[in-house]
Write a protein that binds this ligand. Structure first.
Ligand code: CTP
Ligand code: CA
Length: 225
């Protein structure tokens, strides 16, 4: 019973989470998107709230209910997600970038529906800003910046490369080539890397995987104090 008297593990912490895909509009009826359901990011926000954190969730277009007690900001495009995340950044202790942000967006969004003509179509796409790298380099950088890495091969090498290149504290990698985890699935497994460590979170419901990730984040925060 003594455990119930202990404050929740993330009490007093402010956690900002991004989740879901981004949709980049081509014209009023078409967009470029990706297969993120938002389930993992929403599970992360829910788990952080359950552990006592004050949670803000910046969500791309998903059809998921807002976890109880979580402040949600809806966005559509990568540029809007970046603006919302940077605006919410001051005072956050942790940023968790779980969104599957589009890497490229159409150079322009057409005001009218693009009519078909000819046998092929070439669209010009331009790189989007890397929200996670911008958060890690920001003057209002949270003490802990956590990324996700969706990979289909060489998980550890690619994840560690992102950890260093983007200046992150932790990166949670998942193998999206496995049909039972990652995008759209209800279950997941993660390999979490930091500069001198690794922790594997075994396959299970995204809620359980999220809780284990948040416990690791709480430990890393405590270790910094
Ligand atoms: N990310 C971001 N902004 C982007 C692209 C990615 O914030 N424009 C973040 C994601 O939220 C995730 C992390 O970067 O936390 C890694 O995303 P991922 O797509 O795996 O990596 P990329 O750096 O985009 O590299 P690539 O897609 O080429 O593997
Ligand atoms: Ca990407």
């Amino acid at each position: 019973v003594a455990t119930s008297l202990r404050p929740p593990r993330l009490a007093g912490r402010r956690v900002l989470v991004s989740a879901g895909p981004t949709f980049e509009d081509i014209d009023p009826v078409r967009f470029l998107g990706n297969r993120s359901s938002g389930k993992m990011g929403f599970a992360v926000a829910d788990a952080a709230r359950r552990m006592g954190a004050d949670v803000t969730l910046v969500a791309g277009p998903v059809s998921l209910p807002t976890p109880p007690g979580v402040a949600r900001i809806d966005v559509r495009r990568a540029a809007q997600m970046r603006d919302a995340v940077l605006a919410a950044l001051p005072g956050q202790d942790v940023y968790i970038g779980a969104a599957a942000v589009a890497d490229y967006a159409p150079a322009e969004t057409l005001p009218q529906k693009l009519k078909k003509s000819g046998d092929s179509l070439t669209l010009t796409l331009v790189r989007t800003a890397d929200i996670l790298a911008d958060v890690a380099a920001h003057a209002a950088r949270p003490r802990l910046v956590v990324g996700f890495a969706a990979e289909t091969s060489d998980l550890e090498a690619y994840a560690r490369d992102k950890l260093h290149r983007k200046g992150l504290d932790l990166i949670a990698a998942n193998d999206v080539s496995r049909p039972d985890q990652g995008f759209e699935a209800d279950e997941n497994a993660l390999a979490v890397f930091w500069r001198d460590g690794r922790h594997d979170i075994g396959h299970g419901p995204k809620s359980r995987v999220a809780t284990e990730l948040l416990l690791l984040i709480a430990q890393r925060l405590e270790a910094m104090e």
